[in-house]
Design a protein around this ligand. Sequence first.
Ligand code: HEM
Ligand code: HEM
Length: 189
Amino acid sequence: MSENPASLPFVGYSLPARVFHWTIAAAIPVTLVIALIMDGEIFGFSEAAQGVLFDTHKLIGLVILLVVLLRVAYRLKNGAPPQSELMPEMQRKIGSITHVLLYVLLLVIPVLGYAGSQLFGAINLFNRLPIPVFLPHDEKLGDRVFVIHTFLGYAIMALAALHIGAALYHLVVRKDGVFARMWPGMRLK
Ligand code: HEM
Ligand code: HEM
């Protein structure tokens, strides 16, 4: 780590904000990788294995939804540390827009996944964990919902890649401490 956090003139994210961030940052790639392989086309899984993967994808997605709801509530109540003065105005704006878009996708994608699954009927994860269903059976609408769910799933992959690239750019090229604001090990005053 090339920057010296103790001498930086701005504060980092609180511990709860970092725990929320890194829980979701870990869960999203896992659920995305499962989404990409669960139909069995790439690895030719058995039907039973596919069922387990689908249910794992749904379960992680629902947990993400709960954590994101808590995270957004915490964020709205506590705000975020002021942005670094070292960042040009334009970069700050792009950063803020990207973060809002990430939050929107983090909410909309699992809601659509949950809605789409409900439209296909009862949800009973791993044959033992019933999930409440509020929507009527409508597979045609469910198909449409899943088209959007899938599209937005790819969109969040692209946006997260951009976001991670920007974080690494701050770490490696600009060395301006922005990375340290969120990194678990860095304690900023
Ligand atoms: C943030 C959380 C989620 C992300 C990022 C995500 C992402 C994705 C992606 C990218 C696909 C498409 C895979 C492909 O065909 O290439 C997909 C499919 C699917 N997702 Fe999610 N998902 C999430 C949450 C959920 C939730 C909460 C549920 C249900 C409770 C769900 C149910 C499904 C189902 C059933 C499919 C297959 C759809 C089909 O066969 O057309 N997902 N998801
Ligand atoms: C290796 C992976 C990641 C790294 C290194 C990283 C790094 C960071 C950093 C340094 C910040 C603070 C930016 C600032 O202070 O202006 C941040 C904020 C944020 N990150 Fe990430 N991130 C990663 C993955 C993700 C993923 C996968 C998501 C969601 C899909 C995500 C969503 C967010 C959001 C929404 C914020 C804004 C926090 C707020 O102001 O409330 N991050 N990230």
